[in-house]
Design a binder for this molecule. Structure first.
Ligand SMILES: *Cc1c(COP(=O)(O)O)cnc(C)c1O
Length: 232
């Protein structure tokens, strides 16, 4: 067994590291607590410390936790691969979708976003390294996808999300983060409402922040090791 992690200590440590990693003058990035494989009780403990934004990978698993935690003012992000047969439920339950990577999903999300909810916040997931089997659109396809999202009033294009190859050398990951930041800046010129660049996880969030991340997604460094999929 791994020793239990003290959520307060972990949160303060990560916040201190984030402070140190950011370029001077840059605002502090947002911390998205990645709670896949973690219990509703663990989420509640972090919420008590002031954490508001939580990221989940699997729609069903997330919906069960949302039910347990309805009494809390949490903001839910879907960060895992999005299948078209999950678009309806995802558009109904989440505040943010971080993994939109093909145009086919866009009209589905728009059609299923309930009219009584604010527009759905959307990030385009970009494949930053050449891995054709991984999720994320090709960098060259991002502009068209952004334009497709922008065309729907009930979808709000907020930015980009990317996951570099888990290269053992942090320098290689930094180069991937830099490429994603460059793409983000070029798209921002056309879409001034874009304000979110989501990159960096437990192993590399400091490098991502140094390269301009406005959001980092952290699971294990915050909660400790997670249960395997479907165990929660
Ligand atoms: C699981 C996951 C994370 C968090 O990973 P850790 O290494 O536990 O911090 C971040 N982003 C995505 C897309 C994930 O699937």
């Amino acid at each position: 067994m791994h020793p239990a992690i003290d959520p307060q200590q972990a949160l303060r440590q990560i916040e201190a590291n984030m402070q140190k990693a950011r370029p001077s003058q840059a605002p502090l990035p947002r911390l998205l607590a990645v709670s896949k494989g973690q219990s509703a009780t663990a989420i509640r403990a972090l919420a008590r410390l002031g954490q508001r934004h939580f990221g989940e990978n699997y729609v069903q698993e997330a919906v069960a936790k949302m039910r347990d935690l309805v009494d809390l003012p949490l903001i839910w992000h879907l960060i895992g691969p999005l299948q078209s047969n999950k678009c309806a439920l995802a558009a109904q339950c989440f505040d943010w979708l971080a993994s939109v990577d093909r145009e086919k999903l866009v009209p589905l999300l728009s059609r299923h976003r309930p009219t009584n909810l604010p527009p759905l916040n959307v990030l385009v997931q970009v494949r930053v390294d050449e891995e054709p089997n991984k999720s994320g659109c090709a960098p060259e396809a991002a502009a068209a996808l952004c334009a497709a999202i922008q065309a729907h009033d009930n979808l709000r294009l907020r930015g980009l999300m990317g996951i570099p190859q888990p290269h053992p050398e942090i320098g290689a990951r930094r180069a991937s983060f830099r490429r994603l930041h460059d793409l983000y800046r070029s798209l921002q010129a056309r879409h001034p409402g874009m304000d979110t660049l989501s990159m960096g996880m437990s192993e590399d969030y400091e490098a991502a922040i140094a390269e301009g991340a406005t959001e980092v997604r952290i699971g294990t460094a915050l909660f400790g090791p997670r249960a395997p999929k479907a165990a929660v």
